[in-house]
Design a protein around this ligand. Sequence first.
Ligand code: FES
Length: 104
Amino acid sequence: MVSEFVFAAKAEDVKEGEILTVQVNEVSIGLTRLNGVARAFRDVCTHDDGPLGEGVIEGEEIVCPRHGARFHLRTGKATFPAPAPLPFYDVIEENGAVKVRLES
Ligand code: FES
């Protein structure tokens, strides 16, 4: 079954170069923008569960605050010590809202 897109944040609150952490259906997700396009990712590092929402954006990457793994914002590709790419969620923007689909 394909799940619905649900409200995550006001579009104006999702900004380039910043991470907004929100709870959607009790799942913590990080929101940001890359080249104007909203991106939503799992707020848990694939290395050791670091809180990526507390990380920083450098260029096109999220840097984990715990051990410095980097995840590419477009591809999810990870650098050491993260063993796996970062999962992203489908995102749509409509009526001034960013909506995400947690499962497909
Ligand atoms: S928990 Fe993210 S790099 Fe270790």
